[in-house]
Design a protein around this ligand. Sequence first.
Ligand code: HGY
Ligand code: MN
Ligand code: MN
Length: 587
Amino acid sequence: MNTERIVMGNLMGNSSGKDLELGQILDPVTKAYENTLWVGMRLSAEKGITNLVALKQALRVVVARANPAEQIELIRNFRKVAEQAISCLVPLTGAEESDEGLAKLQAFQKAYEEKFGWPFLIFSEGPRHRGLSFLKFLGALEARIQNPMPIERQESLLHLHRIAEYRLSLHFERAPDWGYKIWDCCEALSQHSEEPNSLTVTFLSATHQAVSAQLKQMFLDAGFDEVGIDAIGNVVGRYHGAKEAQSPYLLTGSHYDTVRNGGAFDGRVGIVLPMEFVRKLSSERQRLPFGIELVAFSEEEGVRFPATFLGSSALVGDFQSDWLSLVDTNGVSLQSALSKGGLAACLRDIQTLRRDPKNYLGFVEVHIEQGPVLYKCGLPLGVVTAINGSRRYKLKLVGQASHAGTTPMNDRRDVACAAAEIILFVEKAAGQGSSTVATVGVLQVSNGSINTVPGQCELSLDVRAPEDDDRDFLVEAIFAEISAICKRRQVSFESREVLKIAAAPCDLKLRELWAGAIQDLGLKVFELPSGAGHDAMKMHQTMPQAMLFVRGENNGVSHNPLESTDSDDLQLAFEAFERFCLRLGCQ
Ligand code: HGY
Ligand code: MN
Ligand code: MN
């Protein structure tokens, strides 16, 4: 007899739904906000404070509504915290914490206070609540001292709230345990890199294979009923539903490859979070009315080979046969990389990976926002409305290499100057659209030397927009200008489109489930488009999809070692995923 219980009501927090009494919360709130009385008192004007999450949000609203003078007074009330921060730094064994290191830091703090009129405040517990390193503290201080006054006041308030919210979590004994687990898994996975001091994991490298092996083991440890690595390197885990074979599946996941010098959370959060949810279900011997199929996609960034979404393309039956003959910059074909990676490298095996949509309730992806919107509006989670469409190109410009000393300026076919004109045009043209973006992310002069006029260079072009027509209009304008620039400079160019993917509106029903899940937590529902591309836009080709965004640290920066998120936000995303599944199961 299958003793595993079907999960229903006990996943939904049974909050009474009644507003918390001010008397219950005034004291801990006042203490958390360094005895600034008006903060707690003004809560009485706020409605819907039914739990700690809603209380934290309401406090941010109360402070945001205060005038700048009150906000500055509040920051100054945290002076003691600011002064003690240095003593909480994670001790390092390096020059950083030496006398001159400390003197440098104190000089910066003094300069900071002279500039802004309040002390430098930072949430020194850090995003994993293990404390901040001296270098991170100093880095933040050096960056933030550049801020204009109003920006820095907002930044200081964000850190002030993090300090107060951490105190409230301790007071109400609500540690973000699942957030810690997710954080720690992402950190463990980021130990694998092709570069010594940064994070780079490109498709089918030895490092990539180490990550997929570790993911496979993690899935097994988490309690999935089936785990495997498929013909394109996706790591797949299936946790059966209550009625095993008859149950439909919710498909979820994200990618585990990274950009060069990337961050530890891009993609990985969308793998590890559902994995931890399955760990919770399995440890409590619970089954949902549907199964969960988690896919760690092997390739989404398009870094090693001139094609992208290789993992999710296979799942929607869109893996192109000519991709196997694509070569990387070392001339290694995708086909040989697959076989060297211990995979079958057989097109038929890859093409049979297509999922039949009728067996699935849809695809959901949890991902860091990779942008500043949630950070600026002080919200931990957002529901994605649509994912921008994009087109990507590799271009080669050919002019004439010649002697830098003897070639007259008016007699050159300088491809670097042509590329420079192109790049500035791309920036200007994309900036004219309200939500179009375009980027030249790779620029390489071939066989360049200091005393040679560049004769050949390669560059990339990435163009995106929420509407495909706007994207295509911008592409046409850019290529018309490239032709004109090259003609004028007697430079030839060739271009190859390496990606064309349509904008993907997210499924309304799944979006509503995300919105309901967020409301269950006591949070405000916030919807936003995705400027970044995701595997969800590929899955969109065959099934309904929707995404949940998690706030990023450091203004949401991503594709950058500073990319980060916070364990409290990961906890909320975990709880939202749990409630999403409960709501889906009640459909
Ligand atoms: O480029 C993108 O938008 C994604 O991060 N691969
Ligand atoms: Mn990315
Ligand atoms: Mn990503």
